[in-house]
Design a protein around this ligand. Structure first.
Ligand code: COA
Length: 184
């Protein structure tokens, strides 16, 4: 049984615990490095800032422990980027990843959802494909990665402003910014 919790700056302690575990356990899949978030980089201010700047962050509790996580932000009004996706090894294969992706997709509404994944990360790719993500040939920052995209029905975000992020879409450009990946 899993439970989804949307977290904010006040939840920085549990977010920190999960994020440090993720960076230690899966160092090759995130652009952030454990060394950047430990020692002098490990401050309450910084964790709170992450949870403030990333407009949607979820934790999934599984059997009473925080076991899954992801963040999402809006690089454009009609687009959401899924980042920092991780499930604790003990909880893998039990639908925690599904719950995390479903929460982000629900928050995205009629916006497209994009992400960057290592081409050899089969468990993650299978999870994303199951939720409607498909390969693109859009560029990524690093060799060995690919960008996947979950299309929507073509309807733009009603307000033209990304909810909670408050960034108006003034460009009229609804394509993916080349090379854009944001924090992973
Ligand atoms: C990718 C990840 C989020 C999937 O989480 P999950 O909750 O296990 O997702 P699923 O239950 O859909 O399982 C995904 C696949 O892993 C397999 N799997 C099952 N148990 C597993 C286990 N104990 N360990 C590893 N993989 C397992 C599943 O069978 C499934 O493959 P299938 O679709 O062929 O059946 C998780 O493996 C993870 O956090 N990996 C490290 C971080 C990472 O890669 N993040 C994504 C960055 S883009």
């Amino acid at each position: 049984m899993s439970e989804v919790q949307v977290v904010g700056p006040g939840d920085w302690r549990v977010w920190r615990e999960l994020r440090l575990a993720a960076l230690a356990e899966a160092p090759g899949v995130f652009s952030a490095k454990l060394s950047e978030w430990t020692g002098p980089g490990d401050t309450e201010t910084r964790w709170r800032a992450w949870l403030t700047e990333i407009p949607f962050t979820v934790i999934v509790w599984w059997q009473g422990i925080p076991a899954g996580m992801a963040g999402a932000f809006c690089p454009a009004a009609d687009r959401v980027e899924l980042v920092a996706m991780w499930v604790a090894p003990v909880a893998r294969g039990h639908g925690v990843g599904d719950a995390v992706v479903e929460a982000v997709v629900r928050w995205a509404g009629d916006r497209r959802v994009g992400l960057v994944v290592n081409r050899d990360n089969r468990p993650a790719i299978r999870l994303y494909e199951r939720h409607g993500f498909a390969d693109t040939d859009l560029p990524t920052d690093h060799v060995g990665e690919k960008r996947m995209l979950r299309p929507h029905d073509g309807t733009r975000c009603a307000t033209g402003v990304c909810a909670r992020h408050g960034r108006p879409d003034t460009t009229g450009d609804h394509s993916l910014a080349p090379g854009f990946t944001g924090p992973r």
